[in-house]
Structures are given as C-alpha cells and as structure tokens.
Design a protein. Structure first.
Length: 169
C-alpha cells in the first residue's frame, strides 16, 4: 500500500511538468532599422517633352543591400489631369499588374512570384498637354513586400511618397 501514494505523487509530478508552457520568443524578428527599406523613385522617358508629345513614367525601386526582390506592391500615381492625359499602361517583362486609371490618380498593384527582377514596378504613358504638369507626378506606395513577405516600406509614412526627380531614402 505504500507504493500507491508514491506512484500517485510521481504521477502528479509528471503531469504537472507536462502541463508547463515553455517560454517562446517572437514568431518573427523585428526588422533592423533601415536595413530592409527600399528606396522608390520615378523616371520619365523625356525630361523636356513638348506639348502634344508622349512620355513614359516608370516607378522603380532600389532594394536595400542583401534584401530579396520586391514580390508585391500597391500604390497610387498622382498627377495633374489638366496637364497630363493617361494614355496606356506599359507591359514589362516580369510580374502582373492591375491598373485603375482615374483622372489625376492611377491606382496600381502588382505581383511577381520571383520578384520584379529589374526593379521596375510599373510604367505608364501620358500625353503631355502642359510641360509644367510633369513636375506634379507623385508616387505614393501603400504596400511593398519582398518575395519572402517582408515589408519594405519605410516606417515613416511621409517617406512612402516620392515626386519625380526626388528619390527618398
């Protein structure tokens, strides 16, 4: 009969040890400041277009060192609809894109399983009605993720916007 209390005590100890939660760390590592953020910028096919000509505006990204390629993004390209008229989207070699052009604001999203290898997110063509309107072009990114699903947007929302000719770091 002495063995029964001993076995019960051992059983309770084993059950108690088995029910303890083990401490766990964070499921994902927080990003290192500035290490994973990409720099976006706009380029234009002709810096001095004439009235009535067409230009191609390209949204580009420079990846941070040792970062994976951008796999998905969404954002807006804003412009002066009185000076620029949207003509068409340009086809690029990698990825798929969806455009929703409205006067003054083109909503765009894209994805590429292997990433946008040439770092061009999208390109659009405009007819130039007024040269001064080219300076109104502004890219605002809402999402930008690498192929490993890591967020590549700058932490400061003001740095998620870039005007033509003024890349943000």
């Amino acid at each position: 009969m002495r063995t029964l209390p001993k076995l019960s005590a051992i059983g309770l100890m084993v059950a108690g040890l088995g029910c303890q939660d083990e401490p766990r760390g964070l499921a994902t590592r927080p990003p290192e400041p500035g290490a994973t953020n990409a720099v976006s910028y706009l380029t234009v096919s002709d810096a001095h277009p004439g009235a009535g000509s067409t230009i191609t505006v390209t949204a580009n990204v420079v990846r941070a060192r040792s970062a994976k390629a951008i796999g998905s993004f969404s954002g807006h390209l804003r412009y002066d609809p009185g000076g620029l008229s949207f003509v068409a989207e340009s086809r690029l070699l990698t990825g798929i894109r969806a455009f929703n052009p409205q006067p003054g604001d083109i909503r765009v999203a894209g994805a590429a399983a292997e990433g946008f290898q040439d770092d061009r997110l999208f390109a659009v063509t405009f007819k130039v009605n007024d040269l001064r309107a080219v300076a109104t072009l502004e890219l605002a990114l809402d999402e930008m993720n690498a192929t490993d699903f890591e967020n590549h947007l700058p932490p400061d929302p003001l740095q998620r916007r870039v005007r033509l000719g003024s890349p943000r770091k």
